[in-house]
Write a protein that binds this ligand. Structure first.
Ligand code: FES
Length: 590
Protein backbone atom coordinates (compact mmCIF):
# COMPACT_ATOMS: atom_id res chain seq x y z
CA UNK A 1 0.00 0.00 0.00
CA UNK A 2 1.40 3.40 -0.97
CA UNK A 3 2.02 5.87 1.82
CA UNK A 4 -0.14 8.99 1.72
CA UNK A 5 -0.79 12.02 3.91
CA UNK A 6 -3.98 11.78 5.91
CA UNK A 7 -5.75 14.84 7.31
CA UNK A 8 -6.90 13.98 10.79
CA UNK A 9 -8.23 17.35 11.94
CA UNK A 10 -9.17 20.54 10.07
CA UNK A 11 -9.74 23.97 11.57
CA UNK A 12 -11.17 26.90 9.63
CA UNK A 13 -9.49 30.32 9.61
CA UNK A 14 -12.02 31.50 12.23
CA UNK A 15 -11.31 28.50 14.43
CA UNK A 16 -7.57 29.14 14.16
CA UNK A 17 -8.07 32.79 15.14
CA UNK A 18 -10.12 31.64 18.13
CA UNK A 19 -7.31 29.42 19.47
CA UNK A 20 -6.08 30.80 22.76
CA UNK A 21 -2.43 31.25 23.65
CA UNK A 22 -1.10 28.13 25.32
CA UNK A 23 -2.82 24.76 25.32
CA UNK A 24 -5.93 24.00 23.26
CA UNK A 25 -7.72 20.65 23.36
CA UNK A 26 -9.54 19.76 20.14
CA UNK A 27 -11.63 16.81 19.02
CA UNK A 28 -12.40 15.38 15.60
CA UNK A 29 -16.15 15.00 16.05
CA UNK A 30 -16.48 12.36 13.34
CA UNK A 31 -13.78 10.02 14.61
CA UNK A 32 -13.96 11.02 18.27
CA UNK A 33 -10.13 11.35 18.40
CA UNK A 34 -8.56 14.12 20.51
CA UNK A 35 -5.66 16.46 19.71
CA UNK A 36 -3.64 19.15 21.46
CA UNK A 37 -2.67 22.39 19.73
CA UNK A 38 -0.20 24.67 21.44
CA UNK A 39 -0.05 28.32 20.41
CA UNK A 40 2.62 30.91 21.16
CA UNK A 41 4.27 33.85 19.39
CA UNK A 42 6.29 31.49 17.21
CA UNK A 43 3.21 29.73 15.84
CA UNK A 44 1.43 26.43 16.40
CA UNK A 45 2.48 22.92 17.36
CA UNK A 46 0.18 19.92 17.47
CA UNK A 47 0.10 16.31 18.60
CA UNK A 48 -2.39 13.57 19.32
CA UNK A 49 -3.90 13.65 22.80
CA UNK A 50 -2.42 10.25 23.50
CA UNK A 51 0.26 9.42 26.04
CA UNK A 52 3.37 7.66 24.83
CA UNK A 53 3.33 5.34 27.84
CA UNK A 54 0.14 3.37 27.40
CA UNK A 55 -2.07 5.65 25.37
CA UNK A 56 -3.70 7.59 28.23
CA UNK A 57 -5.55 10.87 27.72
CA UNK A 58 -3.93 14.15 28.71
CA UNK A 59 -5.67 16.88 30.68
CA UNK A 60 -4.47 20.28 31.82
CA UNK A 61 -1.84 20.04 34.54
CA UNK A 62 -3.12 22.17 37.41
CA UNK A 63 0.36 22.39 38.94
CA UNK A 64 1.72 23.99 35.78
CA UNK A 65 1.94 27.77 36.15
CA UNK A 66 3.30 28.41 32.63
CA UNK A 67 0.39 26.85 30.75
CA UNK A 68 2.68 24.57 28.77
CA UNK A 69 2.25 21.17 30.39
CA UNK A 70 -0.43 18.50 30.23
CA UNK A 71 -0.80 15.52 32.57
CA UNK A 72 -1.74 11.97 31.65
CA UNK A 73 -4.82 10.70 33.45
CA UNK A 74 -3.48 7.14 33.64
CA UNK A 75 -0.12 7.18 35.40
CA UNK A 76 0.55 10.92 35.55
CA UNK A 77 3.28 11.31 32.99
CA UNK A 78 3.65 14.95 31.99
CA UNK A 79 4.24 16.43 28.55
CA UNK A 80 5.45 19.97 27.85
CA UNK A 81 3.61 20.77 24.62
CA UNK A 82 5.68 23.87 23.90
CA UNK A 83 8.71 21.58 23.40
CA UNK A 84 6.87 18.27 22.76
CA UNK A 85 9.10 16.63 25.37
CA UNK A 86 7.97 14.64 28.38
CA UNK A 87 9.00 16.32 31.64
CA UNK A 88 7.84 13.39 33.75
CA UNK A 89 9.67 11.07 33.43
CA UNK A 90 12.34 13.77 33.08
CA UNK A 91 14.69 13.76 30.05
CA UNK A 92 12.83 10.84 28.58
CA UNK A 93 10.69 10.82 25.46
CA UNK A 94 9.62 13.13 22.72
CA UNK A 95 6.00 13.27 21.65
CA UNK A 96 5.40 12.55 17.95
CA UNK A 97 4.39 15.87 16.49
CA UNK A 98 1.78 16.28 13.79
CA UNK A 99 2.49 18.32 10.70
CA UNK A 100 0.43 21.46 10.26
CA UNK A 101 -0.52 22.56 6.77
CA UNK A 102 -1.96 26.04 6.36
CA UNK A 103 -4.87 26.36 3.94
CA UNK A 104 -6.37 29.82 3.44
CA UNK A 105 -5.77 30.82 7.05
CA UNK A 106 -7.13 27.52 8.36
CA UNK A 107 -5.04 24.49 9.27
CA UNK A 108 -4.99 20.78 8.65
CA UNK A 109 -3.24 18.36 10.99
CA UNK A 110 -1.64 15.70 8.88
CA UNK A 111 0.06 12.40 9.48
CA UNK A 112 1.54 9.94 7.05
CA UNK A 113 -0.01 6.53 6.77
CA UNK A 114 1.53 3.98 7.32
CA UNK A 115 4.02 5.84 9.55
CA UNK A 116 7.08 3.48 9.30
CA UNK A 117 6.82 1.96 5.81
CA UNK A 118 10.42 0.66 5.73
CA UNK A 119 9.46 -1.99 8.30
CA UNK A 120 7.52 -3.90 5.67
CA UNK A 121 9.19 -6.99 4.17
CA UNK A 122 12.30 -6.96 6.41
CA UNK A 123 15.62 -8.31 5.09
CA UNK A 124 18.43 -10.08 6.94
CA UNK A 125 21.62 -8.03 7.21
CA UNK A 126 24.53 -9.67 5.42
CA UNK A 127 28.18 -8.80 5.88
CA UNK A 128 29.66 -6.52 3.21
CA UNK A 129 32.98 -7.24 1.55
CA UNK A 130 35.52 -4.42 1.19
CA UNK A 131 34.71 -2.51 -2.00
CA UNK A 132 31.26 -4.08 -2.33
CA UNK A 133 29.41 -0.85 -1.47
CA UNK A 134 31.11 2.46 -2.20
CA UNK A 135 29.71 5.97 -2.12
CA UNK A 136 31.44 8.73 -4.07
CA UNK A 137 30.64 12.37 -3.48
CA UNK A 138 30.35 14.38 -6.71
CA UNK A 139 28.92 17.84 -5.95
CA UNK A 140 26.27 19.47 -3.74
CA UNK A 141 23.55 16.74 -3.38
CA UNK A 142 24.98 14.46 -6.04
CA UNK A 143 26.34 11.11 -4.88
CA UNK A 144 27.25 7.99 -6.79
CA UNK A 145 26.41 4.76 -4.92
CA UNK A 146 27.81 1.43 -6.12
CA UNK A 147 26.20 -1.74 -4.80
CA UNK A 148 27.84 -4.89 -6.13
CA UNK A 149 27.33 -4.53 -9.88
CA UNK A 150 24.71 -1.75 -9.76
CA UNK A 151 25.20 2.02 -9.70
CA UNK A 152 22.76 4.58 -8.41
CA UNK A 153 23.01 8.37 -8.52
CA UNK A 154 21.32 10.97 -6.35
CA UNK A 155 20.37 14.44 -7.65
CA UNK A 156 22.92 15.03 -10.43
CA UNK A 157 23.82 18.73 -10.70
CA UNK A 158 27.12 18.74 -12.58
CA UNK A 159 26.98 21.83 -14.80
CA UNK A 160 25.31 25.22 -15.06
CA UNK A 161 23.58 27.33 -12.43
CA UNK A 162 20.50 26.60 -10.34
CA UNK A 163 17.60 28.96 -9.58
CA UNK A 164 18.01 30.99 -12.76
CA UNK A 165 21.54 32.35 -12.21
CA UNK A 166 21.61 32.67 -8.43
CA UNK A 167 23.37 29.45 -7.38
CA UNK A 168 26.56 28.00 -8.81
CA UNK A 169 28.50 24.87 -7.93
CA UNK A 170 30.97 25.35 -5.10
CA UNK A 171 32.80 22.08 -5.74
CA UNK A 172 34.40 21.05 -8.99
CA UNK A 173 32.92 17.70 -10.02
CA UNK A 174 35.42 14.85 -10.58
CA UNK A 175 36.69 14.79 -14.19
CA UNK A 176 34.79 11.59 -14.99
CA UNK A 177 31.57 12.49 -13.14
CA UNK A 178 29.51 12.81 -16.29
CA UNK A 179 30.69 9.51 -17.84
CA UNK A 180 29.86 7.80 -14.57
CA UNK A 181 26.41 9.37 -14.56
CA UNK A 182 25.79 8.00 -18.05
CA UNK A 183 26.53 4.49 -16.74
CA UNK A 184 24.01 4.71 -13.87
CA UNK A 185 21.44 1.95 -13.47
CA UNK A 186 19.12 4.27 -11.55
CA UNK A 187 18.97 7.99 -10.81
CA UNK A 188 16.89 9.37 -7.94
CA UNK A 189 15.78 12.99 -8.22
CA UNK A 190 14.42 14.16 -4.91
CA UNK A 191 12.41 17.19 -6.01
CA UNK A 192 11.90 19.83 -8.65
CA UNK A 193 14.28 22.50 -7.31
CA UNK A 194 16.96 23.11 -9.87
CA UNK A 195 19.90 22.30 -7.60
CA UNK A 196 18.47 18.74 -7.60
CA UNK A 197 16.71 18.60 -10.95
CA UNK A 198 19.33 20.27 -13.12
CA UNK A 199 18.08 20.61 -16.69
CA UNK A 200 21.54 21.56 -18.05
CA UNK A 201 22.92 18.31 -16.59
CA UNK A 202 19.97 16.24 -17.79
CA UNK A 203 20.16 17.77 -21.25
CA UNK A 204 23.72 16.52 -21.55
CA UNK A 205 22.69 13.13 -20.15
CA UNK A 206 19.76 12.84 -22.58
CA UNK A 207 22.10 13.47 -25.51
CA UNK A 208 24.18 10.42 -24.51
CA UNK A 209 21.87 8.13 -22.56
CA UNK A 210 18.21 9.17 -22.91
CA UNK A 211 16.83 5.92 -21.48
CA UNK A 212 18.67 5.85 -18.16
CA UNK A 213 16.03 4.96 -15.52
CA UNK A 214 15.14 7.99 -13.41
CA UNK A 215 12.97 7.67 -10.30
CA UNK A 216 10.95 10.40 -8.60
CA UNK A 217 8.26 10.43 -5.92
CA UNK A 218 4.58 10.78 -6.73
CA UNK A 219 4.30 14.38 -5.51
CA UNK A 220 1.17 16.37 -6.30
CA UNK A 221 3.33 18.87 -8.22
CA UNK A 222 5.04 16.46 -10.63
CA UNK A 223 8.83 16.65 -10.34
CA UNK A 224 9.14 16.71 -14.14
CA UNK A 225 6.25 19.10 -14.78
CA UNK A 226 8.48 21.19 -17.07
CA UNK A 227 10.09 18.33 -19.02
CA UNK A 228 8.19 18.79 -22.31
CA UNK A 229 8.83 22.52 -22.37
CA UNK A 230 12.51 22.05 -21.48
CA UNK A 231 13.21 20.17 -24.71
CA UNK A 232 15.19 17.54 -22.76
CA UNK A 233 14.32 14.13 -24.13
CA UNK A 234 14.51 11.57 -21.38
CA UNK A 235 12.54 8.43 -22.07
CA UNK A 236 12.61 6.42 -18.85
CA UNK A 237 11.17 8.52 -16.03
CA UNK A 238 9.41 6.49 -13.36
CA UNK A 239 7.04 8.04 -10.83
CA UNK A 240 7.13 5.85 -7.74
CA UNK A 241 4.41 5.60 -5.05
CA UNK A 242 5.48 6.70 -1.57
CA UNK A 243 6.50 4.25 1.10
CA UNK A 244 6.75 1.19 -1.14
CA UNK A 245 9.93 -0.82 -1.73
CA UNK A 246 11.10 -0.78 -5.34
CA UNK A 247 13.52 -3.58 -6.26
CA UNK A 248 16.52 -2.93 -8.49
CA UNK A 249 17.81 -6.49 -8.12
CA UNK A 250 17.59 -9.26 -5.54
CA UNK A 251 19.84 -7.38 -3.08
CA UNK A 252 19.14 -3.74 -3.86
CA UNK A 253 15.91 -1.82 -3.33
CA UNK A 254 14.80 1.69 -2.44
CA UNK A 255 11.80 3.49 -1.00
CA UNK A 256 10.88 7.13 -1.61
CA UNK A 257 9.11 8.92 1.24
CA UNK A 258 7.46 12.31 1.36
CA UNK A 259 8.16 15.39 3.43
CA UNK A 260 5.68 16.19 6.18
CA UNK A 261 5.86 19.95 5.66
CA UNK A 262 6.04 20.10 1.85
CA UNK A 263 4.34 16.86 0.75
CA UNK A 264 3.43 18.52 -2.55
CA UNK A 265 7.04 18.64 -3.72
CA UNK A 266 9.72 17.32 -1.35
CA UNK A 267 10.86 13.74 -0.89
CA UNK A 268 13.58 11.67 0.76
CA UNK A 269 14.84 8.14 0.16
CA UNK A 270 15.98 4.96 1.88
CA UNK A 271 18.19 2.66 -0.18
CA UNK A 272 18.76 -0.85 1.15
CA UNK A 273 21.41 -3.32 0.02
CA UNK A 274 21.72 -6.73 1.69
CA UNK A 275 19.86 -5.34 4.69
CA UNK A 276 22.08 -2.22 5.11
CA UNK A 277 20.10 1.00 4.93
CA UNK A 278 21.21 4.36 3.57
CA UNK A 279 18.96 7.25 4.52
CA UNK A 280 19.09 10.43 2.46
CA UNK A 281 16.77 13.11 3.84
CA UNK A 282 17.95 15.64 1.21
CA UNK A 283 16.21 19.01 1.79
CA UNK A 284 13.12 17.74 3.63
CA UNK A 285 11.99 19.97 6.49
CA UNK A 286 10.31 17.06 8.27
CA UNK A 287 11.21 13.92 6.35
CA UNK A 288 8.48 11.29 6.56
CA UNK A 289 6.65 13.45 9.10
CA UNK A 290 9.60 13.17 11.49
CA UNK A 291 9.57 9.36 11.77
CA UNK A 292 12.83 7.91 10.50
CA UNK A 293 14.68 4.61 10.88
CA UNK A 294 17.32 4.39 13.61
CA UNK A 295 20.79 2.84 13.35
CA UNK A 296 20.99 3.05 9.56
CA UNK A 297 24.39 2.33 8.03
CA UNK A 298 24.70 5.82 6.49
CA UNK A 299 22.64 8.96 6.84
CA UNK A 300 23.08 12.06 4.70
CA UNK A 301 21.19 15.33 5.00
CA UNK A 302 21.33 19.01 4.23
CA UNK A 303 22.99 21.21 6.83
CA UNK A 304 23.95 24.58 5.37
CA UNK A 305 20.91 26.90 5.42
CA UNK A 306 20.86 30.03 3.28
CA UNK A 307 18.64 28.46 0.63
CA UNK A 308 15.97 31.14 0.71
CA UNK A 309 15.55 34.79 -0.17
CA UNK A 310 14.68 35.47 3.47
CA UNK A 311 16.03 37.64 4.95
CA UNK A 312 18.90 38.69 2.66
CA UNK A 313 16.64 39.79 -0.22
CA UNK A 314 14.45 41.92 2.07
CA UNK A 315 14.77 45.67 2.43
CA UNK A 316 13.25 48.45 4.53
CA UNK A 317 11.81 48.33 8.05
CA UNK A 318 13.69 46.03 10.41
CA UNK A 319 15.85 44.58 7.63
CA UNK A 320 19.03 46.43 8.47
CA UNK A 321 22.34 44.72 7.77
CA UNK A 322 22.94 44.15 11.47
CA UNK A 323 19.46 42.64 11.98
CA UNK A 324 19.93 40.32 9.02
CA UNK A 325 23.39 39.25 10.18
CA UNK A 326 22.11 38.53 13.69
CA UNK A 327 19.09 36.63 12.34
CA UNK A 328 21.25 34.49 10.08
CA UNK A 329 23.70 33.75 12.89
CA UNK A 330 20.89 32.55 15.15
CA UNK A 331 19.08 30.56 12.48
CA UNK A 332 22.22 28.79 11.33
CA UNK A 333 23.07 27.88 14.90
CA UNK A 334 19.56 26.49 15.43
CA UNK A 335 19.82 24.45 12.24
CA UNK A 336 23.20 23.10 13.25
CA UNK A 337 21.89 22.04 16.66
CA UNK A 338 18.76 20.52 15.13
CA UNK A 339 20.80 18.41 12.71
CA UNK A 340 23.18 17.31 15.46
CA UNK A 341 20.26 16.36 17.73
CA UNK A 342 18.61 14.47 14.89
CA UNK A 343 21.77 12.45 14.33
CA UNK A 344 22.03 11.83 18.07
CA UNK A 345 18.47 10.54 18.22
CA UNK A 346 18.74 8.34 15.11
CA UNK A 347 22.25 7.02 15.80
CA UNK A 348 23.33 6.29 12.22
CA UNK A 349 26.65 4.48 11.99
CA UNK A 350 27.97 7.09 9.55
CA UNK A 351 26.73 10.62 8.90
CA UNK A 352 27.51 12.89 5.95
CA UNK A 353 26.40 16.54 5.62
CA UNK A 354 25.76 17.41 1.98
CA UNK A 355 23.36 19.29 -0.33
CA UNK A 356 24.63 22.67 0.83
CA UNK A 357 27.62 23.24 -1.41
CA UNK A 358 26.59 26.17 -3.61
CA UNK A 359 27.91 29.69 -3.98
CA UNK A 360 26.37 32.96 -5.18
CA UNK A 361 29.28 33.28 -7.57
CA UNK A 362 28.00 35.75 -10.16
CA UNK A 363 29.77 39.11 -9.68
CA UNK A 364 26.40 40.91 -9.46
CA UNK A 365 25.57 38.81 -6.39
CA UNK A 366 28.65 39.67 -4.38
CA UNK A 367 26.43 41.07 -1.60
CA UNK A 368 24.77 37.66 -1.18
CA UNK A 369 28.05 35.81 -1.39
CA UNK A 370 29.50 37.93 1.40
CA UNK A 371 26.49 38.03 3.70
CA UNK A 372 24.41 34.87 3.20
CA UNK A 373 26.49 32.78 5.59
CA UNK A 374 26.04 29.02 5.62
CA UNK A 375 26.88 26.36 8.15
CA UNK A 376 30.27 24.75 8.00
CA UNK A 377 30.07 20.95 7.60
CA UNK A 378 33.20 20.48 9.73
CA UNK A 379 31.56 22.41 12.55
CA UNK A 380 28.45 20.24 12.36
CA UNK A 381 30.50 17.07 12.31
CA UNK A 382 32.53 18.07 15.34
CA UNK A 383 29.30 18.83 17.22
CA UNK A 384 28.01 15.38 16.23
CA UNK A 385 31.28 13.82 17.37
CA UNK A 386 30.65 15.33 20.81
CA UNK A 387 26.96 14.40 21.07
CA UNK A 388 27.10 11.05 19.37
CA UNK A 389 30.67 9.71 19.61
CA UNK A 390 29.82 6.33 18.11
CA UNK A 391 28.76 7.90 14.79
CA UNK A 392 31.51 8.20 12.20
CA UNK A 393 31.27 11.55 10.39
CA UNK A 394 32.31 12.25 6.81
CA UNK A 395 32.88 15.72 5.37
CA UNK A 396 32.90 14.91 1.67
CA UNK A 397 35.32 16.28 -0.91
CA UNK A 398 34.50 15.86 -4.59
CA UNK A 399 35.73 12.45 -5.71
CA UNK A 400 36.13 11.15 -2.13
CA UNK A 401 34.96 7.56 -1.66
CA UNK A 402 33.40 5.94 1.40
CA UNK A 403 33.58 2.15 1.66
CA UNK A 404 30.46 1.21 3.60
CA UNK A 405 31.64 -2.26 4.61
CA UNK A 406 34.97 -1.03 5.97
CA UNK A 407 33.37 1.95 7.70
CA UNK A 408 30.97 -0.27 9.61
CA UNK A 409 33.67 -2.76 10.52
CA UNK A 410 35.92 -0.14 12.07
CA UNK A 411 33.89 3.00 12.83
CA UNK A 412 36.54 4.54 15.08
CA UNK A 413 39.09 4.69 12.26
CA UNK A 414 37.88 6.49 9.15
CA UNK A 415 41.28 6.33 7.43
CA UNK A 416 40.59 2.82 6.12
CA UNK A 417 37.05 3.57 4.98
CA UNK A 418 37.35 7.01 3.39
CA UNK A 419 39.62 7.67 0.43
CA UNK A 420 40.10 11.34 -0.32
CA UNK A 421 40.92 12.60 -3.82
CA UNK A 422 44.66 12.62 -4.63
CA UNK A 423 46.66 15.62 -3.35
CA UNK A 424 46.60 18.47 -5.84
CA UNK A 425 43.07 17.72 -7.05
CA UNK A 426 41.13 20.92 -7.66
CA UNK A 427 38.24 20.76 -5.20
CA UNK A 428 36.60 24.15 -5.71
CA UNK A 429 35.30 25.84 -8.83
CA UNK A 430 37.18 29.00 -9.72
CA UNK A 431 35.43 29.91 -12.97
CA UNK A 432 31.84 29.56 -14.09
CA UNK A 433 30.27 29.94 -17.51
CA UNK A 434 28.24 33.01 -16.55
CA UNK A 435 27.74 34.48 -20.02
CA UNK A 436 26.28 31.35 -21.56
CA UNK A 437 23.51 31.03 -18.98
CA UNK A 438 22.86 34.71 -18.24
CA UNK A 439 22.61 35.53 -21.95
CA UNK A 440 20.18 32.66 -22.34
CA UNK A 441 17.97 34.13 -19.61
CA UNK A 442 18.27 37.65 -20.98
CA UNK A 443 17.08 36.46 -24.39
CA UNK A 444 13.56 36.79 -22.97
CA UNK A 445 14.04 40.58 -22.73
CA UNK A 446 13.37 41.10 -26.41
CA UNK A 447 10.42 38.72 -26.71
CA UNK A 448 7.51 40.21 -28.68
CA UNK A 449 5.05 39.69 -25.85
CA UNK A 450 6.72 42.42 -23.81
CA UNK A 451 6.01 45.00 -26.53
CA UNK A 452 2.35 44.93 -25.46
CA UNK A 453 1.56 45.93 -21.90
CA UNK A 454 -1.52 43.70 -21.90
CA UNK A 455 0.89 40.81 -21.20
CA UNK A 456 0.54 41.78 -17.55
CA UNK A 457 -3.16 41.03 -17.40
CA UNK A 458 -2.74 37.91 -19.53
CA UNK A 459 0.03 36.54 -17.32
CA UNK A 460 -1.63 37.12 -13.95
CA UNK A 461 -4.95 35.77 -15.24
CA UNK A 462 -3.08 32.64 -16.30
CA UNK A 463 -1.38 32.47 -12.88
CA UNK A 464 -4.82 32.35 -11.28
CA UNK A 465 -4.07 33.89 -7.89
CA UNK A 466 -6.87 36.14 -6.54
CA UNK A 467 -9.39 36.71 -3.72
CA UNK A 468 -6.56 37.76 -1.44
CA UNK A 469 -6.25 41.23 0.03
CA UNK A 470 -2.75 41.96 -1.22
CA UNK A 471 -1.51 44.62 -3.60
CA UNK A 472 1.86 44.04 -5.22
CA UNK A 473 4.00 46.55 -7.03
CA UNK A 474 6.25 44.70 -9.42
CA UNK A 475 9.23 46.56 -10.84
CA UNK A 476 11.67 45.47 -13.53
CA UNK A 477 15.22 46.40 -12.62
CA UNK A 478 18.80 46.38 -13.76
CA UNK A 479 21.49 44.20 -12.22
CA UNK A 480 21.66 46.41 -9.12
CA UNK A 481 17.88 46.27 -8.53
CA UNK A 482 17.40 49.85 -9.68
CA UNK A 483 14.25 50.52 -11.75
CA UNK A 484 15.04 49.90 -15.39
CA UNK A 485 14.47 52.95 -17.63
CA UNK A 486 11.60 51.93 -19.92
CA UNK A 487 10.99 48.76 -17.88
CA UNK A 488 7.60 47.75 -16.53
CA UNK A 489 6.48 49.05 -13.15
CA UNK A 490 2.91 48.06 -12.30
CA UNK A 491 0.45 47.29 -9.52
CA UNK A 492 -1.54 44.08 -9.18
CA UNK A 493 -4.50 44.01 -6.81
CA UNK A 494 -4.95 40.34 -5.98
CA UNK A 495 -8.31 40.89 -4.33
CA UNK A 496 -10.06 41.19 -7.68
CA UNK A 497 -7.10 40.75 -10.03
CA UNK A 498 -7.18 44.32 -11.27
CA UNK A 499 -4.24 46.49 -12.30
CA UNK A 500 -4.81 49.93 -10.78
CA UNK A 501 -2.62 52.97 -11.37
CA UNK A 502 -2.71 53.86 -7.66
CA UNK A 503 -2.87 51.79 -4.50
CA UNK A 504 -6.53 51.36 -3.49
CA UNK A 505 -8.05 53.37 -0.65
CA UNK A 506 -9.12 50.30 1.34
CA UNK A 507 -6.89 48.73 3.95
CA UNK A 508 -4.63 46.18 2.29
CA UNK A 509 -1.34 44.35 2.60
CA UNK A 510 1.35 45.68 0.28
CA UNK A 511 4.33 44.01 -1.29
CA UNK A 512 6.99 45.63 -3.45
CA UNK A 513 9.03 43.24 -5.55
CA UNK A 514 11.96 44.40 -7.65
CA UNK A 515 13.01 41.72 -10.13
CA UNK A 516 16.01 41.61 -12.42
CA UNK A 517 14.46 42.10 -15.82
CA UNK A 518 16.05 39.13 -17.58
CA UNK A 519 14.94 36.67 -14.92
CA UNK A 520 11.36 37.90 -14.44
CA UNK A 521 10.81 37.97 -18.20
CA UNK A 522 12.26 34.47 -18.55
CA UNK A 523 9.98 33.27 -15.73
CA UNK A 524 6.92 34.97 -17.23
CA UNK A 525 7.68 33.85 -20.78
CA UNK A 526 8.05 30.20 -19.79
CA UNK A 527 5.44 29.99 -17.03
CA UNK A 528 8.11 29.05 -14.49
CA UNK A 529 7.76 29.05 -10.73
CA UNK A 530 8.97 32.10 -8.83
CA UNK A 531 11.60 30.00 -7.02
CA UNK A 532 14.00 31.21 -9.68
CA UNK A 533 13.44 34.74 -8.41
CA UNK A 534 12.99 34.17 -4.69
CA UNK A 535 15.34 31.30 -3.86
CA UNK A 536 17.73 32.48 -6.56
CA UNK A 537 18.10 35.93 -4.93
CA UNK A 538 16.98 37.60 -8.15
CA UNK A 539 14.64 40.05 -6.45
CA UNK A 540 14.47 42.49 -3.58
CA UNK A 541 11.34 42.60 -1.48
CA UNK A 542 9.76 45.03 0.94
CA UNK A 543 6.38 44.60 2.58
CA UNK A 544 3.89 46.43 4.68
CA UNK A 545 2.89 45.09 7.12
CA UNK A 546 5.96 42.92 7.54
CA UNK A 547 4.27 39.53 7.36
CA UNK A 548 4.82 36.45 5.25
CA UNK A 549 1.99 35.91 2.76
CA UNK A 550 2.06 32.15 2.66
CA UNK A 551 -0.85 31.86 0.24
CA UNK A 552 0.77 34.19 -2.27
CA UNK A 553 4.25 32.66 -2.18
CA UNK A 554 2.96 29.11 -2.04
CA UNK A 555 0.90 29.79 -5.15
CA UNK A 556 3.71 31.35 -7.15
CA UNK A 557 6.33 28.86 -5.92
CA UNK A 558 4.40 25.60 -6.21
CA UNK A 559 0.87 26.05 -7.54
CA UNK A 560 1.17 27.82 -10.89
CA UNK A 561 -0.45 25.89 -13.76
CA UNK A 562 1.80 23.16 -15.16
CA UNK A 563 1.01 24.24 -18.72
CA UNK A 564 2.56 27.65 -19.44
CA UNK A 565 0.73 30.73 -20.73
CA UNK A 566 -0.37 30.46 -24.36
CA UNK A 567 1.65 33.39 -25.66
CA UNK A 568 1.01 32.50 -29.31
CA UNK A 569 -2.71 33.06 -28.92
CA UNK A 570 -1.98 36.18 -26.87
CA UNK A 571 0.10 37.62 -29.72
CA UNK A 572 -2.49 36.65 -32.33
CA UNK A 573 -5.22 38.37 -30.33
CA UNK A 574 -3.13 41.49 -29.75
CA UNK A 575 -2.20 41.74 -33.42
CA UNK A 576 -5.80 41.26 -34.48
CA UNK A 577 -6.91 44.03 -32.11
CA UNK A 578 -4.16 46.28 -33.41
CA UNK A 579 -5.10 45.73 -37.05
CA UNK A 580 -8.78 46.33 -36.24
CA UNK A 581 -7.81 49.57 -34.54
CA UNK A 582 -5.65 50.56 -37.52
CA UNK A 583 -8.64 49.85 -39.79
CA UNK A 584 -10.87 52.14 -37.72
CA UNK A 585 -8.27 54.90 -37.83
CA UNK A 586 -7.89 54.54 -41.61
CA UNK A 587 -11.67 54.86 -42.00
CA UNK A 588 -11.56 58.02 -39.89
CA UNK A 589 -9.01 59.51 -42.32
CA UNK A 590 -11.37 59.23 -45.24
S1 FES B 1 -0.57 5.94 29.92
FE1 FES B 1 0.12 7.90 30.35
S2 FES B 1 1.30 7.68 32.09
FE2 FES B 1 0.70 5.67 31.60
Amino acid sequence: MAQCPKTILSLTAEEVLALKKGINFKKNQEEGKCYIIYKDDRGLRACRNQCKHQGGLFIKDIEDMDGQTVRCTKHYWKLNVSTMRYVNPPDSFEQDELDIIWVDGGIELVELNPPDPWLSDPKMTEELLPGEVTITYMTHACMELKFGGKTMFFDPWLIGPAFARGWWLLHKPPEDAFERLCRADAIYISHMHSDHLSYPTLKMLAAHQPDVPIYVGDTSRPVFWYLDKSGVQLTNINVVPFGVWRNIDEHLRFMIMMDGVHPEMDTCIIVQYKGHMILNTVDCTRPNGGRLPENVALMMSDFAGGASGFPMSFTGGRYTESWKAEFIRNERKKLLNYKAQLVKSLQPKIYCPFAGYFVEAHPSDRYLKETNMKNNPEELNSLINKLSPSTLTWTPKPGAVLDLGLAQKNPSDSSMAITDPPPGTQLYMDTWDFDLYVNNLNAANTEDIFKHDSWIQFYYSWAGFLDYNLVARVIETDEEFQPLPGGYDYLVDFLDLSFPKQRPEREHAYLEVRNRVGVIRHVVRNGLLWDDLYIGFQNRISREPDIYHHRFWNHFQTQLPTVGPDWDSFLQKVKMEESEEAGVNNCKLF
